[in-house]
Design a protein around this ligand. Structure first.
Ligand code: UDP
Ligand code: MG
Length: 339
């Protein structure tokens, strides 16, 4: 208890000696968010102003085809630093968040969606938990407004499966909206994998964690960028990046079918040799062939998923490419750096 109190007193004070180091970095990945990005910036600034500390806002444009990055380049603040990082194409939200995490210099980082589904007004409460000594503040959704029962139940099934298969617990209904202390950010930045299942990567380092409940709002405008096949891909990515248990299940299924086939062979032999019964062949043969074929194909496909990921990891390509970056310091002076 006393050590936590001691730590909390140091949280957010510039003990590193860097006076212009931001207190907090807020990372906003955005992809075609023209309709919402201005409202997002306004609400973020209002929430950050309540902290009375200099913060850093990092907008990562994930290859948008609309002018949302140009809008973000115009954003200013008299208290906070504003940065925009434009990626050279759409690399996916995971890569955009990774770019933001690598660029952030705050003593803690908050990841938040641009569409205002994660209310910026909750930031002071998250910071309070951090100052109480927690290293990660996970934001758990109370209700999933604007999402049908199908999405809700498939999401619940995914978390159940994930937690059954993986060694590290992945908190249920916690998205990417969270606060992460600098020490944990440094650990996440050290993880080299190319297939980045962020929910797993955020959970992997451990540290002291707490969870705050919140009501997730519907999207302010526009449409979700995820369709069901992408969500399916994400689920498969999550499972194959954090567990090899499916491979063991495939081995188990192979063993089970072999034992069952052997038992069946004994029964068929006994029936024919002892009671002289004719073998009713066709339906049972087809059933066994189909069953075995299914199990074999499934196992090969599963192995393929892992081999495919090995192939991607082996190439060691960078996760994203930065096209240009703009840094708006507090006085509103802008600096542009082209990569
Ligand atoms: N996003 C991104 N790259 C993508 C897809 C989405 O940076 O390829 C951003 C998007 O602009 C938003 C956040 O990720 O800020 C969440 O996306 P979305 O609202 O589509 O997902 P959902 O809330 O439906 O899970
Ligand atoms: Mg959204």
């Amino acid at each position: 208890m006393s050590s936590i109190t001691l730590l909390s007193r140091h949280r957010g004070t510039s003990h590193s000696g860097k006076e212009n180091e931001p207190f907090l970095s807020v990372i906003v990945p955005m992809f075609n968010e023209e309709a919402v990005i201005e409202a997002c910036h306004q609400r973020l600034c209002l929430a950050l102003d309540r902290l009375n500390r200099m913060c850093e806002l990092i907008y990562v444009d994930d290859g948008s085809t609309d002018p949302c990055c140009d809008l973000a380049n115009q954003f200013t603040s008299s208290i906070h630093q504003v940065r925009t990082i434009r990626l050279s194409r759409n690399f996916g939200k995971e890569a955009a968040m990774t770019a933001g995490l690598q660029a952030a210099s705050g003593q803690a980082v908050i990841l938040i969606d641009a569409d205002l589904q994660d209310p910026p007004e909750l930031i002071p409460a998250m910071v309070e938990q951090w100052q109480n000594g927690f290293d990660v503040v996970d934001m758990k959704r109370n209700q999933r407004h604007g999402e049908g029962w199908f999405k809700r139940s498939t999401a619940a099934l995914f978390y159940k499966l994930m937690n059954r298969l993986c060694e590290i617990p992945i908190p249920e209904n916690v998205g990417d909206f969270r606060l992460i202390d600098r020490r944990v950010v440094n650990e996440i930045n050290r993880l080299p994998e190319r297939t980045r299942f962020m929910k797993g990567l955020f959970a992997w380092p451990g540290f002291r964690r707490t969870t705050l409940m919140f009501d997730r709002d519907p999207r302010l405008s526009g449409q979700t960028k995820w369709n069901y096949s992408q969500l399916m891909h994400l689920a498969l990515e999550g499972i194959t990046s954090f567990s090899t248990r499916p491979l063991r299940i495939a081995t188990g299924a192979g063993l089970l079918t072999s034992v069952a086939a052997l038992a069946m062979a004994v029964v068929v032999f006994a029936k024919t040799l002892i009671w002289g019964e004719p073998v009713a062949g066709y339906p049972s043969t087809i059933m066994v062939v189909l069953l075995l074929g299914g199990v074999q194909l499934l196992s090969i496909g599963l192995m393929g998923e892992y081999v495919g990921r090995l192939f991607i990891e082996a190439k060691q390509r960078p996760l994203f490419v930065v096209m240009d970056e703009q840094f708006q310091d507090i006085e509103g002076m802008s600096e542009e750096a082209k990569a």
